[in-house]
Design a protein around this ligand. Structure first.
Ligand SMILES: [Zn+2]
Length: 380
């Protein structure tokens, strides 16, 4: 029997939404007990004094469909998953109805990180991360998307649509309607990418239902969730009030410190912190989920709020709580991220080139996925 005790760390309790010193006993891949634990002689003691012990981090928006179609933009899930202390990553629509069957071969079956996906309403998905497919009605595949859930409903989490001029063009609102319908038919959330108009953001936000997700919510382009004067759009506020989730998805062009700060000032939430990591931003701008978390910490989220936004909340939003993500609970598979918070100034930039110095830095050390430990080995 394989027995590990994480000893003496600050353990995040999702229900109480706070950290408290405790030990975590992991046996044969499962969490057995949390509290003050005397080690049995057979146990491996893992010293977590001075560190934080959280449910395995979830990145709800990445692009890791490492299929040959993607050529130079291929990125392995483990590079932004376990190698950076992240237990679970969700590919946000890199594949559509004609490519999704290859997702197990090129991602799920070869990676140690737990991987899930949203399927793109545009049938090719996003090869080379270019756009345009969803601007062509003949490539929107509602029946293909619905049928894919019949084959892959255990790891397909929802439907993705990119409602921005570069992806859906003038056809934007129709593409969103079709994706919304597909999501309704399979009973899963719609993930709505917002960007440059058309379509107009108010129109597409109005189409969202409780449980749907707005991703890239706080991008800094004209036509986002703020008016030109910086006020929150009524359509965005109304969407949040009726239960639409707000996801960060930093990306190369989709996170602005000032947009996010203004939205927070006006009472708008950050439900999930995600990176939108892909081959084009993993070495600059975004780099890691933990760096994105540090940016939100700098904008005034508490450490507990920051951790909740990569654990309990996305687990519920995505439905992966059913797979033991988002909490530390006896009986569940042991998905655990151990991290430190370093008081060390670091200069970072958002997607608008706004550079800021962070005073605190969230630094994952290792992660357990189903009880298997992976040490952080990629730059953060
Ligand atoms: Zn994306």
């Amino acid at each position: 029997m394989n027995v590990n005790i994480l000893k003496g760390g600050q353990v995040y309790d999702a229900e109480a939404h706070r950290f408290a010193v405790a030990d975590v006993l992991i046996e044969d891949g499962r969490i057995v007990r949390i509290g003050k634990i005397d080690a049995p002689p057979t146990a491996t003691i893992v010293d977590t004094h001075g560190a934080y012990v959280a449910p395995g981090f979830i990145d709800s928006h990445v692009h890791v469909f490492s299929h040959p179609l993607f050529h130079h933009s291929r990125l392995a899930a483990d590079r932004v998953g376990v190698q950076q202390g992240v237990a679970c990553v969700v590919d946000a629509g890199s594949s559509g109805a004609v490519t999704i069957d290859a997702f197990p071969t090129f991602v799920r079956d070869t990676q140690r990180t737990a991987t899930y996906a949203f399927i793109n309403i545009g049938s090719p998905g996003l090869p080379n991360l270019g756009g345009g497919h969803s601007s062509r009605p003949e490539l929107l595949d509602l029946p293909g998307v619905v049928k894919a859930f019949g084959r892959h409903g255990d790891w397909l989490l929802g439907v993705k649509v990119l409602a921005s001029a570069s992806h859906t063009g003038a056809y934007g609102e129709q593409a969103v309607r079709m994706a919304r319908k597909a999501a309704e038919l399979v009973g899963r959330p719609l993930m709505l990418h917002i960007g440059n108009a058309p379509p107009v953001v108010d129109d597409v936000l109005d189409l969202l239902r409780p449980g749907d997700i707005v991703t890239h919510a706080y991008h800094g382009k004209v036509g986002g969730v703020l008016t030109h004067g910086g006020k929150v759009l009524p359509a965005f506020r109304a969407a949040v009030e009726r239960g639409v989730w707000v996801d960060i998805a930093h990306g190369r062009a989709s996170f602005s410190f000032s947009t996010c700060a203004r939205a927070l000032e006006q009472g708008m939430p950050v439900h999930s912190i995600s990176s939108d990591l892909h081959a084009g931003n993993v070495n600059r701008y975004v780099v890691s989920l933990s760096r994105t978390m540090s940016k939100l910490l700098a904008l005034g989220l508490s450490l507990a709020d920051t951790v909740r936004a990569v654990t309990a909340t996305p687990a519920k939003m995505l439905g992966v709580d059913a797979h033991g993500f988002g909490r530390l609970q006896p009986g569940d598979p042991a998905h655990v991220t151990v991290f430190e918070v370093r008081d060390e100034p670091r200069e970072v930039e958002d997607a608008e080139g706004d550079r800021r110095t962070l005073e605190q830095w969230i630094e994952p050390r290792y992660v357990y996925v189903g009880g298997e430990r992976h040490d952080v080995s990629a730059p953060l």
